[in-house]
Design a protein around this ligand. Structure first.
Ligand code: NDP
Ligand code: 2IT
Length: 452
């Protein structure tokens, strides 16, 4: 297809050092090629050419002083990608690997994901190469205060509303919010993921993990099947992984793995509610490593990560379902083959872009139920949108109300993916479904709003 090839060539030429961004764009452009063929109006308005270009990118210095009195310098970013549907919305990631290309891929994915939520949310992402691991609470606070001192001038409850992502949880959101409030002299919903006592929403911490499980349940329902009794692989052991396991337990499935960047545990007896509570204390309070799980509970094996291996043995554990919930490109083609050989027929992505393109191709080729991140993990940002609605209405809803709305939104997203994939001739392909349904909503808003 000439049009998609020329768009891709342009994006590659302009962003040569951003492999993750190019990977994310390639996938969307591939899907949307089907739409551009049928809709010359999007081509004439050069919607795709505009969607791949951030509306604004802010890069700034973040100086702070560590506990030894040494001056440290990190780099801060905010990508304001697209505001056709609402204020820029998306998380902040604090991780040493953070760079411009990674945040642009995340901001780009966020635009389509947020469009799928049914809520009025634009797309953005930000963060820093700051590594919270091993830092004291006081160091994290000073870093967050310095980061927000610059970011504050670019955000606002109707402009850009950040939230958490890798390395940014309740503690960091608290420090960031405190500094914003001090600078702006305003108590407003400028961040989501706030504590419940000061404007947060119930179920926001749970939302991404619960949503990924609800999405898997919806995919299974299309085959008259359910999660009950299914063995499930979960990677990561942070926010998304923890609440994925919690909801799997709720629905009668058995999660048998968790991981961090040092290795993974396999617990064939299953991670039950008591073990999960122990993991939450380990990771969220003591900030320990998942290896300790195998030292604490009998019958569990720990496998250290081996960078020399061409695959991650976590994905070779036989199971029906996989919930990658750590980071991008954590499932390569060998992992995908191992998953399929182990009987896996459901992949619901809690992480953003965890499967490399060859792995995605293998899943789709095998005809399994493959839910891409921008659909399957949209529950987190959806409940962030509900937090914004509660803040605007000066109110707080019950757990049951928020959880119901989350469920309904995940059902809607699933239906939108199924509908779009069928209308454009690729039934069962949730990648095309998510990309096309998200694109159409943003593209129509952009057409209405003129050349901006
Ligand atoms: P957390 O920081 O709470 O947890 C991240 C987990 O993933 C940790 O166990 C971490 O291990 C592991 N991990 C991170 N980077 C790597 C890496 N390079 N290699 C191996 N393991 C890694 O983050 P979240 O749970 O919030 O985020 C997990 C994923 O979910 C990310 O892809 C994020 O973008 C996505 N997501 C998050 C949402 C949210 O609401 N929080 C919403 C939608 C998507 P270690 O401690 O060793 O670093
Ligand atoms: O990737 C994501 O969707 C998030 N990290 C959550 C974003 C948000 O604004 O809640």
């Amino acid at each position: 297809m000439q049009i998609t090839e020329s768009i891709l060539a342009q994006v590659e030429a302009r962003n040569p050092a951003e492999p993750e961004f190019l990977q994310a764009v390639r996938e969307v452009v591939d899907s949307v090629g089907l739409v551009l063929e049928r809709h010359p109006e999007y081509r004439a308005a050069r919607i795709m050419e505009r969607i791949v270009e951030p509306e604004r990118v802010v890069i700034f210095r973040v100086p702070w002083v560590d506990d030894q009195g040494t001056v440290q310098v990190n780099r801060g970013f905010r990508i304001e990608m697209n505001s056709a549907l609402g204020p820029y919305k998306g998380g902040l990631r604090f991780h040493p690997s953070v760079n411009l290309g990674i945040l642009k891929f995340l901001a780009f994915e966020q635009v389509f994901k947020n469009a799928l939520t049914t809520l009025p949310l634009g797309g953005g992402k930000g963060g820093s190469d700051f590594d919270p691991k091993g830092k004291s609470d006081a160091e994290v606070m000073r870093f967050c205060q310095s980061f927000m001192t610059e970011l504050a001038r670019h955000i606002g409850p109707h402009t850009d509303v950040p939230a958490g992502d890798i390395g940014v949880g309740g503690r960091e959101i608290g420090f960031l919010f405190g500094q914003y409030k001090r600078l702006a002299n305003e108590f407003t919903g400028v961040l989501t993921g706030k504590g419940f006592g000061w404007g947060g929403s119930l179920i926001r911490p749970e939302a991404t993990g619960y949503g990924a499980v609800y999405f898997a349940a919806e995919m299974l329902a299309t085959r008259d099947d359910s999660l009950e009794g299914k063995t499930c692989l979960v990677s990561g052991s942070g926010n998304v992984a923890q609440f994925t396991v919690e909801k799997l337990i709720d629905l009668g499935a058995t999660a048998v793995t968790l991981s961090d960047s040092s290795g993974f545990i396999h617990d064939p007896a299953g991670i039950d509610a008591e073990k999960l509570a122990w993991v939450m204390e380990l990771k969220n309070e003591r900030r320990g490593r998942i290896r300790e799980y195998a030292e604490h509970f009998p019958g569990v094996t720990y496998t250290a990560a081996d960078p020399g291996l061409d695959h991650n043995p976590l994905w070779a554990v036989p199971a029906a379902c996989a919930f990658p919930s750590a980071t991008q490109n954590e499932i390569n083609a060998s992992d995908a083959k191992n998953l399929l050989a182990g009987g896996c027929f459901v992949v619901s992505e809690g992480a953003n872009m965890p499967s490399v393109p060859d792995a995605v191709e293998l899943f789709i080729g095998a005809g399994i139920l493959y839910g891409p991140g921008k659909a399957a993990n949209a529950g987190g940002v959806a409940v962030s949108g509900l937090e914004m609605a509660q803040n605007a209405g000066m109110t707080q809803w019950t757990r049951e109300t928020v959880d119901h709305r989350l469920r309904d939104i995940m059902v809607e997203i699933h239906l939108a993916c199924v509908g779009a994939s069928e209308r454009f001739g690729t039934p069962g392909n949730y990648v095309n479904g998510a990309n096309i349904a998200g694109f159409l909503k943003v593209a129509d808003a952009m057409l209405d709003q003129g050349v901006v």
